[in-house]
Write a protein that binds this ligand. Structure first.
Ligand code: GCV
Length: 791
């Protein structure tokens, strides 16, 4: 205890006070319009709303948040070596199409912290201030009920407390109700200030929801349990990264939430306050990296003016534990006229990249590295010079290695010359390269082998490259699942992929995708692990284009921290923070979320059908399209429906894509009787009268699935209507309008698909099945030249 006193003693209150006075006053300004009555919610505050707790919960939470003690905060230096400059206010974010009025609270927010510890303190004051109606003061000495933020460096006494902090790594944290100096406190302990920031957010999440227990697994306990906390949490993956497909002209490829959040034109001088809230939101989930620009990249991003813009964003995000990465176009030196080729084995090319890396690190000392899309959909790459993906990735890796930067090399490839099943191409190209990548390369693999469909089996590359660290790529933006219009909670989809045991039926230990990602691969003395999510964030007031789409950002981030977290538990957490902690509301919203993705699968692509969306924009049904340049751009390529049946034969009698899976899983998928019905037509071409588990014929089952999708979309809006008493009027209305639109589009999907497949099968509709509202030609005539998101 004496040591502890000593540790705290050198941090007198007069040192803290001036430093935090400014932060405090900002927090006062930034405090949301509490009392909720009269507060217009437009979604800007995301899950960080910190609205007042009810009386009983308030009493319990107040007892554990009487003050904040953060030794060393005033002395802490910014975590990067670049100074953290002041942030100018950008123009207010443009009004969104769902929500137009800016929230005063949110507009007042946005002063950047200079260090992760300052960010943690400011967030605790803002958060508890909101939940309790009064901000806990910053105190220099421990008092009963204080929240104490400490690392072994800031409070040496921690080392003698048997906290086993060494098990937490550099980013983990411990939350413990304990006694310090004879006082009852809540200790947030970590090995780094970033760990403390994550711990602060976790504590606020628990205080706001009362969900105390196993993190991400559906803890119980209520706010009372906050006084008996004992939780430790550390991220299971090292790189937890958002991928923005944001273009330099501020359009966003596959973006449905307005313009890019990055106001490139105004950067670097003008740093929109919104970047700070972006950083807070990501830090609250543990996201620690962001790729600022589209994988369909331009050479300009690597020129000095654009590096300066990226550096300004990096400065703002740094105190929140977030590193900046850039998507690099492989032919950049050639296109900028600096070299005569982009051949990765040409010494001049390698020298250019090395000099470029050196230049970037001078401006962004903690730059993360490059994300690369090469030899895919027309992008340049090493194969243009008859070199391999490994040749290309390793050349870039060598340029970054001296700075500890990494390369995330995408495996999303399908080449023009390859007539084979598109689903097989990434595996065919990358599997032979296993073990040939440099130690600082990760291969980034989409969750499925085609392209972010409403449902895909897990990509066969997972588990097939034991000597290469594979990074998961999920899509958070809903390119193929109804844009931001449809409610489709993707937590269930992510969990389905992450939980797939790639060794099913193969004997021996299980190897789920989550386990494979967590294990990474030993490569030249390092073991990298990671996950990426294609962001759904834009300039709209509600960030994601709809309130419910925020949940997909949330679920991605929380699963990135713990890929074995439970989607339902995450939905509950999100609902309680975002809409209302009222148990009845949380239960209803969670149920809606949990059924929502299956509804979309049912009315769009049931039973394993895939890629039936409209050409280019991917909006709406177009299963009839057969005239595109490449066979594998056409929906008919994927469903293969004819008079005899429907589905893509990927068994040995067909493309034999099943053989890319480990033997047990391959056996399961090779037989329609053991293939899950949800993926039946992904792997099998079956006659229309094939007998399904329900006893129905395939044709009848298909119709039933379409109908159930429509019924589920209807149910979503009915359930939401009942939630009116629990939800603030504006957001309730915003969601209701979208659910009505979703229902109408579900009917459209069902009718157009049935009209088309009936025209192919020639089969009658069984009694009780409603005929499509319009003739097939009507659905075929619909065009959407101005659909958003085409980049
Ligand atoms: C960024 C799909 C999308 C493209 C995207 C591509 C990719 O094809 O439709 O917009 O391009 O995937 O992931 O590279």
């Amino acid at each position: 205890m004496r040591r502890l006193l000593k540790a705290l003693a050198p941090v007198p209150v007069r040192v803290f006070a001036p430093v935090f006075a400014a932060l405090l006053s900002l927090c006062v300004l930034a405090a949301p319009a509490h009392g909720a009555s009269g507060a217009v919610e437009d979604g800007y505050d995301l899950w960080l709303r910190y609205r007042p707790l009810d009386k009983a919960a308030r009493e319990q939470v107040r007892a554990v948040a009487t003050a904040i003690v953060a030794p060393g905060a005033a002395a802490a230096a910014p975590s990067g070596s670049a100074p953290a400059p002041s942030v100018a206010a950008g123009s207010p974010p443009p009004a969104g199409r769902v929500a137009a009025l800016p929230s005063a609270a949110a507009m007042a927010a946005g002063a950047p912290a200079a260090t992760p510890l300052q960010a943690a303190v400011a967030e605790l004051q803002r958060g508890f201030g909101g939940l309790l109606g009064k901000e806990p003061p910053l105190a220099a000495s421990v008092q009963d009920g204080a929240v104490v933020l400490a690392t072994p460096a800031s409070m040496p006494a921690l080392s003698g407390m048997g906290l086993k902090l060494e098990t937490l790594g550099q980013e983990g944290y411990l939350l413990r109700s304990t006694r310090l100096q004879g006082r009852k406190v809540t200790l947030v302990a970590a090995n780094s200030d970033t760990g403390l920031l994550y711990g602060a957010f976790a504590l606020l999440r628990k205080a706001g929801t009362g969900m105390v227990g196993t993190d991400g697994k559906g803890g119980k306990g209520g706010p009372a349990a906050l006084s008996a906390l004992d939780e430790r949490s550390a991220p299971k993956l090292q790189l937890r990264v958002l991928n923005h497909w944001d273009n330099l002209d501020r359009t966003v490829e596959r973006g449905y939430a307005g313009e890019s959040i990055w106001n490139w034109w105004a950067l670097p001088e003008v740093r929109d306050r919104r970047y700070v809230d972006y950083a807070r939101a990501n830090a609250s989930l543990g996201i620690n990296g962001t790729v600022l620009n589209n994988v369909n990249s331009k050479p300009d991003i690597l020129t000095a003016p654009w590096i300066a813009k990226a550096a300004a964003v990096a400065d703002t995000l740094r105190p929140y534990g977030i590193r900046v990465y850039l998507s690099a176009r492989f032919s950049t030196p050639l296109e900028l006229g600096a070299t005569k080729t982009a051949d990765p084995l040409d010494p001049a090319v390698a020298a250019w990249w090395k000099a470029k890396a050196d230049e970037i690190y001078k401006t962004i000392p903690d730059f993360g590295g490059f994300l690369v899309k090469a030899n895919s959909e027309g992008q340049p790459g090493p194969q243009d010079y008859h070199r391999s993906h490994a040749d290309g990735a390793n050349m870039l890796a060598k340029a970054l290695a001296p700075h500890k930067g990494i390369v995330m090399w995408r495996a999303f490839v399908y080449a023009h010359e390859k007539p084979d099943d598109r689903a097989k191409q990434a595996y065919d190209e990358f599997k032979p390269l296993d073990g040939t990548f440099d130690a600082n390369v990760l291969v980034q693999v989409k969750n499925g082998a085609i392209d972010f469909q409403p449902r895909e089996p897990a990509h066969p590359l997972f588990g097939a490259m034991p000597k290469t660290p594979l990074m998961m790529e999920f899509q958070i933006t809903k390119e193929y699942l109804g844009y931001a219009t449809h409610l489709a909670y993707l937590g269930t989809m992510y969990q389905e992929t992450l939980g797939t045991d790639m060794r099913t039926g193969s004997g021996g230990a299980s190897a789920t995708v989550a386990q494979i990602l967590e294990a990474g691969a030993q490569q030249g003395g390092s073991r990298l692990t990671g996950i990426a999510g294609v962001a759904n964030i834009g300039s709209e007031r509600n960030w994601s284009g709809s309130h419910f789409d925020q949940a997909n950002w949330y679920a991605f981030g929380r699963l990135a921290w713990n890929p074995q977290a439970d989607a339902r538990a995450l939905a509950r957490e999100w609902a309680a923070q975002t809409f209302s902690p009222e148990p009845a509301a949380v239960a209803q919203i969670t149920d809606m979320m949990m059924m929502s993705r299956e509804a979309v699968v049912n009315y769009m692509t049931p039973l394993g059908l895939h890629h039936l969306m409209g050409t280019g924009h991917h909006h709406g049904p177009a299963p009839w399209v057969a005239n595109l340049e490449r066979p594998d751009w056409n929906p008919v390529y994927y469903h293969r429906a004819d008079k005899g049946g429907i589905g893509f034969d990927r068994t040995a009698g067909g493309s034999n894509a099943v053989a890319q899976y480990a033997p047990g899983l391959a056996r399961q998928y090779a037989d329609p009787r053991t293939t899950p019905e949800t993926m039946l037509l992904w792997f099998h071409h079956l006659p229309w009268d094939y007998k399904m588990a329900s006893g129905r014929k395939l044709w009848d089952e298909l119709l039933a699935r379409y109908d159930s999708g429509v019924a589920q979309a209807d149910e979503l809006r009915q359930r939401w209507a009942k939630l009116k008493p629990f939800i603030d009027a504006r957001r309730h209305e915003d969601v209701a309008v979208l659910l009505d639109k979703q229902y109408a589009e579900a009917v459209w999907w069902r009718d157009a698909s049935i009209a088309y497949f009936q025209s192919v099968s020639g089969l009658p509709l069984p009694a009780g099945v409603k005929a499509p509202g319009m003739p097939l030609d009507y659905y075929k005539s619909l065009k959407f030249p101005y659909a958003p998101g085409r980049g």
